[in-house]
Ligand binder design. Structure first.
Ligand code: UD2
Length: 372
């Protein structure tokens, strides 16, 4: 075919335009497929299809010039604890990081941290200490947005917050079953992320309210997906972890699998990663409910199953989740956050009817032995 000389440029332009358009379509379609393929878990794949936009993003670790700090060594360091997982995620212990250096890297990023906390029924009484101690020790110097979920908004104490820190109270229904409150947290976190947190924060921590901060908890804990090792089980072998052991549950973990036993009192990371985690755990919880099964430790069991196959990028040592009834052990140099001693029978709504509900956390171990 022959073209007249003034038609040629238009045809060329048309061909180039078509190629550019095809390239654009190809890139968008396949880059998305590629991202999906990185995910391991089946349930996570379907969740990733969501087109929500999040603020969270990976940033360069820029250290200010002329900052003076102790020279890091490759030979001298803590030898009494393991500070890296077999998949090469750091395990954060006192003495494995320089708080001044880490904070100087993260603070100029002008990050906003979301903290969700549930205070339903009588648990509202724990809020004052939780918030007051958080103001002293938790992510100090960072923009903070607390999201308090409660059925008793009028009982939320007024606590003085430092500049850049805000608190929102979100009313949620109460419940007669403490197990349901614990389990429903995943669903509520998920919907609140969808509605607002994804636009308001870069990182999120979801914490138990019946706890206090006792020492520095800062930017060393920031990561894509962050979990904490439960203080009750870090010296145990995996077959003694209180994972869900019934194959009928979607939280099931066989006896010969498992890395650590993670505490349900803390999940953290990029808002997007915590959103996916919450969504997957919620879906599995509902699937179990449809089959009349409730995992041994509700959302904590689903969390452990999720983290076994979707490894956290950072693991916090039990310094970040202690329990007041437990004596400090030699490897724990500093207790940063600890669950207060509570009278389960008094604070929980339905304990008088259910033997399992009054089983305090320290007796979880007995449960495992029984299962075994
Ligand atoms: C463990 C976990 C907890 C959760 C639970 C699952 C630790 C230290 N804690 O704690 O995170 O996985 O097992 O069973 O590993 N809540 C209310 N009102 C209620 C009951 C609960 O607001 O009536 C909220 C509150 O934020 C509380 C959280 O749910 O901190 C967990 O409940 P819990 O502390 O009673 O559970 P516990 O001690 O068995």
């Amino acid at each position: 075919m022959r073209f007249s000389s003034n038609v040629k440029p238009y045809v060329l332009l048309l061909i180039v335009g078509t190629f550019l358009l095809l390239g654009y379509v190809y890139f968008n379609f396949f880059s998305e497929r590629l991202n999906r393929d990185i995910l391991i878990d089946e349930d996570q794949k379907s969740t990733s299809l969501s087109r929500l936009v999040f603020r969270s993003r990976v940033r360069n670790m820029v250290s200010p010039e002329k900052l003076l700090y102790k020279q890091p060594s490759v030979l001298v360091g803590r030898t009494d604890v393991v500070s890296v997982t077999p998949w090469l995620a750091p395990i954060i212990w006192e003495g494995t990081f320089d708080p001044v250096l880490v904070d100087n890297i993260y603070k100029p990023m002008n990050l906003t941290i979301a903290t969700t906390v549930f205070a339903i029924g009588k648990y509202v009484r724990f809020l004052q200490d939780f918030l007051e101690t958080a103001e002293k020790h938790f992510m100090v110097g960072f923009n903070m947005r607390y999201y308090v979920f409660t059925d008793r908004p009028h009982d939320v104490p007024s606590v003085n917050l430092t500049r850049g820190r805000h608190l929102s109270v979100i009313q949620v229904p109460g419940s007669k079953r403490w197990q349901e409150i614990s389990a429903r947290r995943m669903e509520i976190i998920q919907t609140t992320i969808e509605r607002q947190i994804r636009r308001e924060a870069d990182y999120i921590f979801c914490l138990d309210v019946d706890s206090k901060f006792h020492a520095h908890w800062g930017s060393e804990s920031l990561g894509r997906l962050v979990a904490v090792i439960h203080p009750g089980y870090y010296e145990q072998t995996r077959d003694r972890f209180p994972y869900e052991r019934r194959p009928a549950s979607t939280a099931y973990i066989p006896m010969d699998e498992g890395d650590y036993y993670y505490g349900g009192a803390m999940i953290g990371g990029f808002v997007e990663d915590v959103y996916t985690l919450a969504k997957v755990c919620q879906t599995r919880f509902e699937e179990d409910a449809g089959n009349s099964i409730e995992a041994a430790w509700q959302e904590e069991s689903h969390l452990n199953r999720y983290l076994l196959y979707n490894k956290p990028s950072k693991v916090l040592s039990p310094e970040y989740l202690w329990q007041d009834f437990k004596a400090k052990t030699k490897e724990v140099k500093v207790i940063r956050f600890s669950g207060v001693i509570k009278n389960y029978a008094e604070v929980r709504s339905n304990v008088e009817n259910e033997e399992v509900a009054i089983r305090p956390a320290k007796e979880k171990l007995n449960l495992v032995v029984a299962v075994k």
